[in-house]
Design a protein around this ligand. Structure first.
Ligand code: ADP
Ligand code: MG
Length: 460
């Protein structure tokens, strides 16, 4: 990637990461002017944007650019009078107004008006851009929970607080939580989505670094807090203690809390009674396994989105076989799609059957070590390179591909994958997966790489 491509990729990543008002007000239209001794010089429309980016968003942007570049880079922001026009005309009255006001001193009051009060920066929450309400298929068995999630997103703390979602693995709990998060962020609300393990890690870090005050401030300053997989805080005393206070504080100030777990609060046996009663105090709802009709509807929606055609017989066959949960359905669907795209033809039943029959067989044999080895070899590297700390372009890229494939072809969880990759965090893994997924959508070269390595991995 040349620097312009790097910038472009980081820019798009930031568009996904930042909440919309922030992105549109400060970053939209920013352009890479030059690279001087490894420092990316970014042009922005006015000095307010420059200061805002430098003071409040530097770390976030630097991380995005570094990720895209495959190495750690530094940034400098400069006011640039004639920035290239952004590609799409947009409605950014605020931004334009600022640009016009720039030369005169009278801009001061407006400047003061729009800079938000100093509030703690939120951890970057890694949301999967695909987990939105419009991609969630709600048939009769999940109509109620879908409607409740929508109501929560529309009126946070106005409908059900807390909103507690529980049910088996792969049934869409994370999807629903993130859909709420996306919807609330789009409206400019302060949102934290966090798996409970990450909450624990964050707490432990803050205790170690003596920054618990900041930790509290951060979690208690949000409008919506979504904690996924809360079953993992069971039995962890200090996490429960801290979470209890966070919960009370948010609840008192009428902020929305959303929780997901693999079981009902009353079955979280090592959960402190006072937390359990808080959890049960709101709306508790379970996600149901989809019926075969729903699974067919989901497959059809996915096929439409990917622009591929599946015959009715093949769709029904896959929907009938993928009984366990939606994640399994997704896994089978992805392999069917990969084959259909590879052959460029509508899939016949024999091939489809072969794929579906083979689906369970190889997954159990594929270990994370195997994924590391095969992926590393494809890039002319060794497993140790991917596990190690180096972040040069090729290694970083190969590592991200390997993480993506690990998630795709093994049953390992994000934290397990992170461990196998030299103790990286679950959010690093998720970030890599999202990055490769985004790249796959637009980049045929990446499609070929992933397809080739996957074929080698799942070969019986
Ligand atoms: P859980 O958190 O309950 O384990 P996820 O939310 O991770 O499950 O869902 C697994 C996969 O299945 C995700 O890719 C998700 O988008 C998809 N999925 C689950 N339920 C649905 C649904 N009703 N409609 C569309 N996709 C779904
Ligand atoms: Mg989940």
């Amino acid at each position: 990637m040349n620097p312009q491509e790097t910038w472009k990729s980081a820019y798009h990543q930031l568009e996904l990461q930042l909440d919309r008002p922030t992105f549109e007000t400060w970053l939209k239209g920013a352009a890479l002017l030059s690279v001087e001794n490894g420092v990316f010089v970014v042009g922005v429309g006015n000095s307010y944007a420059r200061d805002m980016l430098q003071l409040r968003l530097y770390r976030t942007i630097r991380r995005a650019v570094s990720d895209a570049a495959g190495e750690s880079v530094e940034l400098r922001f400069e006011v640039c009078q004639n920035l290239p026009e952004p590609e799409v005309e947009d409605d950014m009255p605020l931004f334009r107004l600022l640009a016009q006001q720039e030369p005169t001193e009278s801009a001061e009051p407006l400047h003061k008006q729009i800079v938000r009060p100093q509030r703690p920066e939120l951890p970057e929450s890694e949301l999967n851009p695909r987990y939105t309400f419009d991609r969630f298929i709600a048939a009769s068995e999940n109509e109620m929970i879908f409607a409740a999630a929508l109501a929560v997103a529309e009126r946070p703390a106005g409908s059900y607080n807390p909103f507690f979602v529980y049910g088996g693995v792969g049934l869409g709990k994370t999807h629903l939580l993130q859909a709420i998060a996306h919807a609330c962020k789009a409206r400019g609300l302060r949102v934290i989505y966090i798996p409970s393990e990450a909450f624990t890690n964050d707490l432990v870090d803050s205790i170690r670094n003596r920054t618990t005050a900041m930790f509290r401030e951060r979690y208690r300053s949000v409008d919506v807090l979504l904690v996924d997989d809360v079953q993992f805080i069971s039995g962890k005393e200090s996490t429960q203690e801290e979470f209890f206070h966070t919960f009370n504080s948010l609840y008192t100030f009428n902020k929305q809390i959303v929780l997901a777990s693999d079981r009902h609060p009353r079955e979280l046996v090592t959960l402190e009674a006072r937390l359990r009663s808080r959890f049960e105090g709101g709306l508790v709802m379970d996600v149901q396994p989809p019926t075969v009709e729903t699974r067919i509807a989901i497959l059809n929606a996915w096929a439409r989105e990917k622009g591929i055609v599946l015959t009715r017989a093949v769709t029904e066959m896959v929907a009938t076989r993928a009984k366990a949960n939606v994640r399994e359905l997704e896994g089978m669907f992805n392999q069917v799609v990969a084959t259909a795209q590879y052959t460029g033809q509508t899939l016949n039943m024999d091939t489809a059957l072969e794929i579906v029959d083979g689906y369970h067989r190889p997954r159990h044999h594929i270990t994370l070590a195997h994924v590391l080895e095969i992926t590393a070899r494809h890039f002319g590297l060794r497993s140790e390179d991917l596990v190690g700390p180096k972040r040069t372009g090729v290694i970083n890229n190969a590592r991200q591909v390997a993480m993506y494939l690990a998630r795709d072809v093994t049953n390992a969880s994000l934290p397990q994958i992170g461990d196998a990759f030299g103790g990286r965090t679950h959010s690093t893994v998720l970030h890599s997966c999202n990055k490769i997924a985004a790249d796959l959508a637009v980049n045929p070269a990446m499609q070929t790489i992933v397809k080739d390595i996957r074929a080698r991995l799942i070969k019986p």
